[in-house]
Design a protein around this ligand. Structure first.
Ligand code: FEO
Length: 390
């Protein structure tokens, strides 16, 4: 990829990671990702907004050469995480006159992570401006989307805002902008679910702030840019603040078929009651798809057998992830089968307690399910449907 012009004096100079399939050894990225770095050239000074992951070092350097950049005066660190600051030490070596501009927390982190000389890091306050000559960098502190160190950079003359991870997507694409809502939706929602949903409480105020600036372009640090800001802002409002839908997500694992049989019975009963379901076999599922389904689900059902004295490890993983990403579900329950005992229901219920869902009475049975268990599962489906209708 070569550098691409966004506005007169503003270019994309980042890297595309077509082949990345896992982020943080945790988050699936089936469509790769990009590390967006932006060059802003005023009449007097030049700034680089973020660097890239170390894998994109050669691409970043090539892009800067394409733009014939002799000097960089400022390197804006919007966020210290390695996928954006991995090439910061190299850039500081290549441009020895460059100063880093960062929030106080980002300063602390780049010093700790990369051994950056503190003398070369200039802290910028919320609302502070740096004049490049005909282009102003106006900084907006934006903690907790998704780290405490983050900030946005607004260039009012060009009606563009650089939002770091916020509003991004893990989508390696040749498009500079996303113009196809269908193509955008899945990648952006997956990204929201995995990265931003735990911070949903902070999101509306940031959306308000961005809308108040009347920008023309939103430039995040992953995925394509948006030249129709209303699209992604609208999606985020729906995901962060919209009412959950009439959907139950069933995350299950079964060893010898008893729990799966219960999942089948419950699935059919929920559908008969008019509740939409999404099912994920935790032994084979993409956890990103599970996270996406949780964005708007009203009920979470964890289905697991008992292994030794507790839940199956995959169910523990599923419950842990659900609790960590903090969906807005209102109800949860546990179903499954055990052989000789254990504390599975309590274990899973305790794990998802931080979600503050109402825990509906579980159906947890001994051995293979029989007619009376089917009846209990059908009653559970009725209870869920009734609660969804309230
Ligand atoms: Fe894309 Fe939080 O780094």
């Amino acid at each position: 990829m070569v550098a691409r012009s966004i506005k007169d004096g503003i270019s994309w100079v980042g890297a595309i990671d077509w082949d990345r399939r896992l982020f943080d050894a945790l988050v699936p990225t089936p469509k790769g990702t990009t590390y967006n770095s932006y060059l802003v050239q005023g009449s007097n000074k030049t700034a680089l907004i973020d660097t890239v992951d170390e894998m994109g070092e050669a691409e970043l350097i090539t892009n800067l050469m394409t733009e014939t950049v002799d000097t960089i005066d400022y390197i804006v660190v919007s966020h210290a995480e390695q996928d954006h600051s991995g090439c910061l030490p190299l850039m500081m070596e290549l441009y020895p006159g460059a100063k880093v501009l960062a929030t106080p927390k980002a300063k602390e982190l780049v010093v700790e992570f990369f051994g950056i000389d503190e003398e070369r890091v200039q802290v910028v306050e919320d609302g502070e401006e740096v004049d490049l000559g005909g282009k102003t960098l106006r900084f907006i502190h934006a903690p907790w989307v998704h780290w405490p160190d983050t900030m946005f950079t607004h260039v009012p003359e060009d009606r563009i805002i650089f939002t770091t991870d916020f509003l991004g997507s893990h989508l390696a694409a040749s498009d500079l902008y996303i113009n196809d809502p269908e193509r955008l939706y899945e990648s952006a929602k997956r990204y929201y679910a995995e990265i931003m949903m735990p911070f949903a409480g902070s999101i509306p105020a940031y959306l308000d702030k961005i809308e108040s600036l009347d920008v023309e372009i939103i430039a995040p640090s992953h995925g394509p840019l948006y030249n129709n800001p209303d699209l992604i802002v609208g999606y985020y409002r729906q995901w962060a603040t919209g009412e959950p839908k009439n959907t139950a997500v069933i995350a299950y694992v079964s060893m010898h078929g008893s729990t799966k049989k219960m999942v089948d019975i419950l699935s059919n009963a929920l559908m008969a009651e008019g509740v939409d379901i999404e099912r994920f076999d935790l032994s084979v599922s993409d956890t990103g798809l599970l996270a996406m389904s949780l964005v708007e689900a009203k009920t979470i059902i964890i289905a697991t057998p008992t292994v030794l004295f507790g839940a199956h490890p995959l169910a523990v993983y599923g419950a842990y992830l659900a609790a960590a990403i903090k969906p807005k579900a209102k109800y949860a329950t546990v179903i499954g089968s055990f052989g000789w005992g254990g504390k599975t229901v309590k274990q899973i219920s305790d794990m998802i307690a931080p979600l503050k869902c109402e825990i509906i009475d579980p159906v947890y049975i001994k051995g293979h399910p029989t007619e009376k268990d089917f009846t209990a599962l059908k009653q559970l489906a009725k209870t869920i449907a009734t609660k969804h209708a309230e």
